[in-house]
Design a protein around this ligand. Sequence first.
Ligand code: DC
Length: 221
Amino acid sequence: MKPLVITIDGPAGAGKTTVSRILADRLGYKYVDTGALYRGVAFELQARGLSPEDDKGLENLCADLDIKLVRNDKGVCLLSADRDITGQVRTPEITMLASAVSARPVVRAYLLTLQRKMGREKKVVFEGRDMGTVVFPNADVKFFLDASLKKRAFRRYLEFASKVSQTLEEVENDMKRRDENDASRAIAPLKPAKDAIIMDSTEMTVENVVERMLSCVENVS
Ligand code: DC
């Protein structure tokens, strides 16, 4: 099979992370969670007390950033200046801040370059919001994974119930607000690429989604 770039876009909680990881493992590919990169920028922004509206501050921040995803014995870790921040970027505050910084042109330009470098050698599954539309418009296989808001919020609530003290209603409201931000921003909004395979995971198991994706990948390769 020739080496491919596979993209999986979609809203929060649609199951992208879980299926991207399994799909990458099954194919022997690398897996890149691009949302983690936006979360890394948000984390550093917060640490320096900057606002996402401060374009000059963001420009200086991006010029200074060294964000990486590395695989080690703990799995894939998010490093900022070689410090492991994986466990600190999943709070509700960083989640909303990541959505806010992701609308800023300087941040998108910085991460566009970084993500394209990561795709040079192919054999990668990229998960995000604009992977198939903007970052890799020529990707070999593009998926857009969706699910109902209720189902997505419920999954996210179960996933973080022991770590984050938010009610199901709060999770759903945050998710709705974030989807609206991500889909309405001027640059690289969340939307399916014209040639994306659209899948709705509301009533599907993880295994079903992965199997369908694998058969689509086999068809193109
Ligand atoms: O996938 P996630 O929830 O970790 O992403 C966090 C935020 O990052 C999300 O609200 C939108 C932004 N994002 C983006 O704009 N483009 C991407 N390719 C990935 C994430």
